[in-house]
Ligand binder design. Structure first.
Ligand code: ATP
Ligand code: MG
Ligand code: FE
Length: 333
């Protein structure tokens, strides 16, 4: 099956064409990050207008690169949520139009499912595992028995891990998006220099909370700090986030009786998180995997990959956009 997928849930306009589960025919991303950096965050109205102007040429570029006519594509997929409503509408409408135009199915894909399955890109089967999704807007642990068989174990009660990185980076005056800047500065810092809270570390469940940590960093900074302390502050903050993520992820794997952990979303690119997962998992006898770098932040290939498991599935032409993540539906699945 050849799938063309469109991703426009936030500030990346992306189109990919995938044959089966791992044969990449095209992979296009036009990031609007520079445009939104001027505002210090994503402006929904600006994002949707840019998706609208960027998407037609990006679809054509992807099609030409794949060397296919539109009618040689078997299905057209788009992220229909969660994300910014006006931004989602652009991608969903475009994919529905393409599908109708050549009389092929339209597949609506959940963005979080896209992130969640991305560590398995290329595989035709999703093995049983525990998934830790750590993206800009979501932090959750899921038990995955196989494709389509997901159970929510816990999620953040307030900020997402990526959001905490971005907000703390903003407090520190670092450029948006700040997660990667903190990672880079922290490499030169001492993670034990400052004590920041590990919220809910001992809560005995799989819920997370990162807003208290962010507030604690804000109070700390309000008391004044030397620019020379920046690496130690970054390292100490980062360590607080990672300690909780690693502790709860491993506890979830053990409790579910799984032997595999899959970590996805932009924060999975964090070098310290990767190093600590390596250590913790090898001593616990647990295998862990993540997506290739290009599939960790928003992209259309992960959406195409999620759609590639829907072979023979019904067309979702009537599907609406779902800007909010539907935890109840996921838990029921
Ligand atoms: P969602 O999928 O929840 O809607 P999103 O798509 O914006 O959110 P992603 O694209 O998966 O999120 O990831 C972006 C996030 O990853 C940002 O918060 C960014 O700061 C963070 N991030 C990227 N690289 C790193 C890194 N090396 N260390 C920490 N955080 C990082
Ligand atoms: Mg983004
Ligand atoms: Fe995302």
């Amino acid at each position: 099956m050849i799938v063309l997928a469109i991703e426009t849930s936030c500030d990346e306009t992306a189109v990919a064409i995938l044959r089966d589960h791992g044969d990449v025919l095209s992979h296009e991303i036009a990031s609007q990050a520079d445009i939104h950096a001027a505002y210090g965050g994503v402006v929904p109205e600006v994002a949707s207008r840019n998706h609208l102007s960027l998407l037609p040429s990006l679809v054509e570029k992807a099609r030409a690169e794949a060397g296919l006519r539109l009618d040689q594509i078997d299905a057209f997929a788009a992220t229909n949520g969660p994300g910014l409503a006006a931004a989602l509408l652009v991608g969903v409408s475009a994919a529905k139009g393409l599908a109708l135009g050549v009389n092929k199915p339209f597949l609506a894909v959940n963005h979080i499912e896209g992130h969640m399955l991305s560590p398995f890109f290329g595989l035709s089967e999703i093995p049983p595992h525990v998934g830790l999704v750590v993206s800009g807007g979501h932090t959750m642990l899921l038990d995955v028995a196989g494709y389509g068989d997901y159970r929510l174990l816990g999620r953040t009660l307030d900020d997402a891990a990526g959001e905490a990185f971005d907000k703390v980076a903003k407090l520190l005056g670092l450029p948006y998006p700040g997660g990667v800047q903190i990672d880079l500065l922290a490499r030169k810092g001492n993670p034990d220099r400052f004590e920041f809270p590990r919220s809910m570390l001992g809560s005995g469940d799989f819920a997370f909370s990162f807003s208290g940590l962010k507030t604690s960093v804000r109070y700390f900074l309000d008391r004044g700090f030397e620019p020379a302390d920046l690496p130690d502050i970054c390292a100490s903050f980062q360590e607080a986030v990672i300690d909780v993520l690693v502790h709860k992820a491993l506890a979830a794997v053990r409790r579910q009786g799984r032997s595999l952990l899959a970590v996805s979303g932009g924060v999975s690119s964090n070098s310290r998180l990767q190093a600590k997962l390596d250590l913790a998992c090898s001593s616990a006898g647990i295998a862990w995997r993540m997506a290739p770098p290009a599939l960790r932040t928003d992209n259309a290939l992960m959406i195409a990959y999620a759609a590639s498991h829907r072979q023979g599935g019904n067309s979702d032409l009537a599907a609406d956009i779902l800007p909010n993540f539907d935890y109840a539906r996921l838990a029921a699945a």
